[in-house]
Design a protein around this ligand. Sequence first.
Ligand SMILES: C[S@@+](CC[C@H](N)C(=O)[O-])C[C@H]1O[C@@H](n2cnc3c(N)ncnc32)[C@H](O)[C@@H]1O
Length: 142
Amino acid sequence: MKTRYSHLVFHKLDTVNNPNSIHGIYPYRGKISALDAENIIKQFDENAVLLDPFCGSGTILYEAQKHNLKTIGVDSNPLAITLSNAKITTMDENDRKTEIKHAIEIINKAKTDLKNNDYTDMPKEPKKSFHIDSASEIMSIK
Ligand SMILES: C[S@@+](CC[C@H](N)C(=O)[O-])C[C@H]1O[C@@H](n2cnc3c(N)ncnc32)[C@H](O)[C@@H]1O
């Protein structure tokens, strides 16, 4: 079956990550670079609705919104939802500030927790959101 977007071209992904961009707010595991996201997004029709069912920290959602696409993001990881919400460009400015504050609080809590505990294995709660191999890779770069 020929789909509407069968013409999309997926270039080899760049690994560029700019820590000074909004996406540098958190080093989310598996985050796509903004340039790669844009390369895909700019091939969509301007009235397209983009669904990212594994939106992670929202790089694709944010870049799609910059191109005025309507977006829907889903993720099973509550941290991913908080980070994505903090970046959503279409939300009211006060709500956005609240989301960013919430994201920073969570990040600081996580940093303190990591400093005060000598984890060798990923704690039970975040472990629920990752494949066992991903969890062990994340802990190995801790
Ligand atoms: C590689 S990350 C996505 C990164 C994202 N594109 C970005 O740029 O930040 C994959 C995401 O899939 C989510 N995920 C894995 N299994 C899922 C499921 N069954 N339902 C929803 N989200 C899931 C994970 O929590 C993770 O955030």
